[in-house]
Design a protein around this ligand. Structure first.
Ligand SMILES: Cc1cc2nc3c(=O)[nH]c(=O)nc-3n(C[C@H](O)[C@H](O)[C@H](O)COP(=O)(O)O)c2cc1C
Length: 472
């Protein structure tokens, strides 16, 4: 019977996704800048037998709503924030099993330095790190790295594909497993013939190598990705091992999962080589009634303005008649339906959009209720939608995680749907897949560089033409 994988869905900032909640009494969000806060977070997640603490990240500001950073700063929407990679060693030092998923963009910082950072983290954590691959979607991020505007979407994925090529060459191909000898008698620490330069030359990167970090247990960290576009799905089919999937209905979720599996098979992988995780909102209490009361309590703090900032809304919905349709207002205001199109339909009324925002309702994977109500839903998500796990959204730190751990985990364990202990000494990849699978499978694209011959044979770029469309 399938068991549920759970990541604590976090971000090193005050207001990650449930905006306004930082004002709720007892919420610890304001302690995001204290080391102790993250040590507590990691220990709590480990006590709950979670798979990992998953840290989102952005390297720019949400400056579209109101055409400035003012609202984002007032509402603390992902600013101020901290670099998530720097939290991992501290959290790893006070835990033994919990994994760490960290977000890093392939668009702005060179791959060689990132390869070293992740190699360092995989060594220090004994193989407990994963990487959430993003190409970054904020114009302000581009402007923080010398550009006027974002690089076009599909081009970012083409750059990301070459980025992965460089990383695999460094992580998988530069050092042999038996390179480090530590032979004090002979005075040889590393066998020079077991380490090689990678001499990568490509359209975006030139990297000589060798990698500076000796092989770690996973070599390549567990690869997470969230996507919905055709270029993103093609990239996931070649690279990703854990994909954040979505869908408004069970049918849509199942279709998206099937499509992603198919594309992975087209890239020489197996249908089961990808685990599917959704963002889930779970508000639980002893009874359904108490859980609904908790939801009402939380709703009082929710910030519609914070949600509009995060959606990079082109218009302030609150300024229009609730019966007007969003599409008509945008047209009249000469605005595109770009950002808001990700959450609303053009024929939706302003009133229904505001209600959707304020309702907390995050669609398909949102449940409020007793442990039984929640566990019933989770079993549905596992067996009917076909997902493998959830990123547990934090409404209140640390009540949301504590409620889940004390009320939902025992219920799921009783049903055989949740681990009762960690497998000692397992890597994060083994936890998501199976014992013995600490590294990328031999047929994964990244493993090709374990054969030094391939270091000199350039890989076929993923996209033969841009913008990418499946037909091409
Ligand atoms: C669960 C989840 C977590 C995400 N975390 C981040 C993040 O931390 N930083 C970021 O820049 N984008 C993040 N994204 C956005 C994705 O990286 C990506 O831009 C988005 O899914 C759209 O992909 P597409 O353009 O290929 O459809 C996240 C998306 C999801 C669903």
């Amino acid at each position: 019977m399938k068991q549920l994988h759970v990541n604590l869905f976090e971000m090193a900032c005050v207001s990650h996704i449930v905006h306004g909640m930082w004002r709720a009494p007892g919420n610890n969000r304001h302690r995001y800048s204290e080391m102790e806060h993250w040590l507590e977070t990691a220990k709590l997640a480990e006590a709950g037998l979670f798979d990992a603490v998953f840290l989102a990240d952005v390297i720019g500001t949400y400056d579209r709503f109101g055409e400035s950073n003012d609202a984002a700063l007032r509402e603390a929407v992902q600013i101020p924030n901290l670099d998530p990679l720097l939290l991992v060693p501290a959290m790893a030092a006070v835990t033994k099993n919990i994994g760490f998923g960290v977000t890093f963009s392939t668009t702005y910082e060179p791959p060689f330095a990132f390869a070293r950072r992740m190699g360092t983290l995989d060594l220090l954590t004994q193989g407990r790190v994963g990487w959430n691959i993003v190409t970054s979607y904020l114009r302000s991020a581009a402007q923080n790295f010398g550009l006027d505007d974002e690089i076009p979407h599909d081009e970012r994925y083409a750059i990301a594909d070459e980025y992965m090529d460089v990383l695999y060459k460094l992580w998988e191909g530069s050092w042999d497993d038996n390179a480090v000898l530590k032979d004090a008698a002979a005075g040889i620490y590393t066998n020079p013939s077991a380490v090689r330069s990678i001499n990568h030359t490509g359209p975006n990167f030139r990297v000589a190598g060798p990698h500076l970090v000796e092989p770690s247990r996973q070599r390549t960290p567990l690869l997470f990705q969230a996507t919905g576009s055709s270029a993103g799905l093609e990239f996931a089919a070649r690279h990703a091992e854990v994909v954040f999937i979505g869908g408004r209905t069970t049918e849509e979720v199942r279709r998206n999962i099937a499509k992603t599996r198919e594309q992975a098979v087209a890239h020489g992988r197996k249908p089961d080589d990808i685990r599917f995780i959704v963002m889930a909102g779970i508000i639980v209490d002893e009874t359904d009634a108490l859980a609904s009361k908790k939801l009402e309590h939380y709703r009082r703090y929710y910030s519609v303005e914070g949600a509009l900032v995060h959606a990079q809304a082109e218009i302030d919905l609150r300024r229009y008649d609730v019966n007007e349709r969003i599409g008509d207002v945008l047209l009249r205001e000469g605005q595109s339906f770009g950002n808001m199109g990700r959450r609303f339909r053009p024929d939706q009324t302003i009133g229904s959009a505001l209600k959707q925002i304020a309702s907390f309702d995050e669609g398909r994977f949102f449940v409020v209720g007793s442990p039984t109500t929640v566990a019933d839903q989770i079993e549905n998500w596992l067996d009917v939608d076909g997902i493998d796990g959830i990123n547990l959204r934090q409404y209140h730190s640390f009540d949301t995680a504590r409620d889940f751990i004390s009320l939902v985990v025992p219920e799921l364990q009783q049903r055989g749907r949740y681990r009762t202990a960690y497998t000692p000494d397992e890597t994060l990849r083994e936890r998501l897949f199976e014992p013995g699978r600490a590294r990328l499978p031999a047929y994964h694209f990244g493993a090709r560089y374990r054969d030094p011959q391939n270091l000199t044979a350039p890989a076929a770029p993923l996209f033969s033409s841009l913008p990418f469309s499946k037909a091409s």
